[in-house]
Design a protein around this ligand. Structure first.
Ligand code: DHK
Length: 145
């Protein structure tokens, strides 16, 4: 398996930096990708960031990860709370998985408190802002070392 880490993002995260900045901050997914690439680069690893508003496309990226990724960082966004399909795809992936939420979902509406993905994730990071992605990459590097 290569040293590539997949960073998968669900719906509306293409609007990161513009969307509800009081909750999700001002940084963009491009900023996230740059910061994660720097963390991974220190260990000689690479990241590949993907975002989709479509559940099936995220499922297909997880299938691709079976061949290409040493680990997965995933912020499924709203699909966190609804998607058995993403859970099933992650259950078919053998490497480590870290679930990230930019906001602290447990301080928010009750429908955000349940995560299907947490049934598979090796770790969950919530409420650290976009820094959560960097923390997740650092943890994955430790797990795949
Ligand atoms: C992002 C979303 O879009 C929401 O649907 C989730 C998550 C929380 C986040 O905090 O990154 O409920």
């Amino acid at each position: 398996m290569s040293g590539c880490i997949f960073i998968l993002n669900g719906p509306n995260l293409n609007l990161l930096g513009q969307r509800e900045p009081a909750i999700y901050g001002h940084e963009t997914l491009t900023d996230v990708e740059r910061a994660c690439a720097a963390v991974a680069g220190q260990a000689g690893a690479e990241v590949r960031l993907f975002q989709s508003n479509h559940e099936g496309e995220i499922v297909e990226q997880i299938h691709l990860a079976r061949e290409q990724a040493a680990g997965i960082v995933i912020n499924p966004a709203a699909f966190t709370h609804t998607s058995v399909a993403i859970l099933d795809a992650l259950n078919a992936y053998d490497g480590p998985v870290i679930e990230v939420h930019i906001s602290n979902v447990h301080k928010r509406e009750s429908f955000r408190h349940h995560s299907y993905v947490s049934l598979r994730a090796d770790a969950v990071i919530a409420g650290c802002g976009v820094q959560g992605y960097e923390l997740a990459v650092a943890r994955l590097l430790r797990l795949i070392d």
